[in-house]
Design a binder for this molecule. Structure first.
Ligand code: CP3
Length: 302
C-alpha cells in the first residue's frame, strides 16, 4: 500500500510529497471521454461499476498517489428530493413537496462503488460539498443545517464502506465566510478520518481555516505555498497549489520544480492544483508533474 498521502496528512511524511489532482477523473482524459460517449453523466454517477472504472482511470494513466471517489458533490441533493440533471452544467430540479429521504439508502450506490475499490494500491479519498456551495446550487440557503447533517451522515457511510480520508469541496464558501465556516466546522468536528478542506479564496482566509482545525488545508494559487506554510501550524498539512492555467500551458515544469524546492523537507505537504484540472489540459502535462515530483524529490535528497 502506497500510504504517502496518509503520512502527509498526519504530517509525518519523511519521503517525497504525494501528488494527486482535483478532478483527475474527468474530461481531460481520453479514456474518460470514451466512457462518456457510451454513458450519460447521470449513469456514470449512479452505476457503481462505471464509477469505479472512472475512479481507476487516473491511477493507471497518471500514476498519482491517491484515488478520489468518482461522484459529484451534488448527489446529496437527492436526499431532499431534488432531481439532478447534467446538460453542460448541473441543474437541480426541486420537488413539489418537502421530502427528506434516508441518506444511506438513497446514496447506497456510492457505498457499492467504494466496496468495488477496496483493493486498490493507494488511499481512496471520499468527499462531500461544503453546505454553502451545495445550497447555492440547490438555490436553498434555508437548508444549510439539514445539508450539513446529511453530509455528515453521508461521509460516515463512506468511511464505513472503506474510504481513508475526506475532502470537503466548499468551492464558493469564501463568497460568504461568516455563513459557510460554521457549517464546515461542524463537519470537520464530526469526522474521524483525516479531513482536507478546500475552498476557492482559501489563501485570503488562512486564520479562519486554521481555526477549523482540519488535518489539511487545500490552497489556491493566490499566494506562495512556502509563505502560507509559515502561517499554518506544523501539525496541519497543506495541499496545493499549482494554477490549473499554468498546468495547461507550456511553462509548468519550472513552476512545479520551484514549488518542490521551496517545500523541501516538509512532512505535511501534498502536491495538487489550486482548483480542478481544466478539460483542455494535455494529459502529458499531468503525467510529467507526477514524474517531476518523483525525480526532483529524489535529486533534492541527494
Ligand atoms: O475530482 C474528481 O476527479 C472526483 C469527482 C468529482 C466531480 N465533481 C465529477 C464531475 C468531484 C470531486 C466533483 C466536485 C464538484 N462538483 C464541485 C467542487 C469542486 C469544484 O470543481 O469547484 C462542484 C462545484 C461540482 C458541481 C459540478 N459538477 C459542476 C459545476 C459541473 C459542471 C462543470 C464541470 O466542471 O464539468 C459538474 C460536472 C462534473 N462533475 C463532471 C465531473 C467529471 C463533468 C464531466 C462531464 O461533463 O462528463
Amino acid at each position: 500500500m502506497n500510504n504517502l498521502l496518509l503520512r502527509a496528512l498526519s504530517c509525518t511524511n519523511d519521503q517525497r510529497p504525494p501528488v494527486w489532482f482535483m478532478r483527475q477523473a474527468g474530461r481531460f482524459l481520453p479514456e474518460y471521454r470514451a466512457l462518456r460517449q457510451k454513458h450519460s453523466l447521470w449513469e456514470l454517477f449512479h452505476t457503481p461499476e462505471l464509477a469505479a472504472e472512472a475512479t481507476l482511470q487516473p491511477l493507471k494513466t497518471l500514476g498519482v498517489d491517491a484515488a478520489i471517489l468518482f461522484s459529484d458533490i451534488l448527489v446529496i441533493a437527492e436526499i431532499f428530493g431534488y432531481e439532478l440533471r447534467f446538460e453542460n452544467k448541473p441543474e437541480l430540479y426541486p420537488p413539489k413537496t418537502e421530502v427528506r429521504k434516508d441518506v444511506r439508502e438513497t446514496l447506497s450506490y456510492v457505498n457499492k462503488t467504494i466496496e468495488l475499490l477496496k483493493d486498490i494500491s493507494v488511499p481512496l479519498i471520499g468527499f462531500c460539498g461544503g453546505p454553502y456551495t451545495v445550497a447555492k446550487y440547490m438555490k436553498a440557503p434555508f437548508l444549510l443545517q439539514q445539508i450539513t447533517d446529511a453530509s455528515i451522515e453521508y461521509l460516515q457511510m463512506q468511511i464505513d464502506a472503506g474510504i481513508q480520508a475526506v475532502q470537503i469541496f466548499d468551492s464558493w464558501g469564501m463568497e460568504n465566510p461568516e455563513v459557510s465556516l460554521p457549517y464546515l466546522k461542524q463537519i470537520v468536528d464530526a469526522i474521524d478520518v483525516p479531513v482536507i478542506v478546500f475552498s476557492r479564496g482559501s489563501c485570503r482566509f488562512v486564520k479562519e481555516f486554521v481555526d477549523l482545525k482540519p488535518d489539511c488545508i487545500s490552497f489556491d494559487w493566490e499566494r506562495e505555498m512556502h509563505e502560507l506554510r509559515k502561517e499554518v501550524p506544523s501539525h496541519i498539512a497543506v495541499q496545493g497549489n499549482i494554477d490549473p492555467e499554468i498546468l495547461k500551458g507550456p511553462h509548468f515544469e519550472g513552476h512545479v520544480v520551484r514549488l518542490l524546492e521551496s517545500m523541501q523537507g516538509e512532512k505535511g505537504f501534498i502536491i495538487n492544483l489550486g482548483h480542478g484540472v481544466l478539460p483542455e489540459t494535455p494529459v502529458a502535462h499531468a503525467v510529467r508533474v507526477v514524474e517531476l515530483v518523483k525525480q526532483t524529490s529524489a535529486a533534492l535528497r541527494r
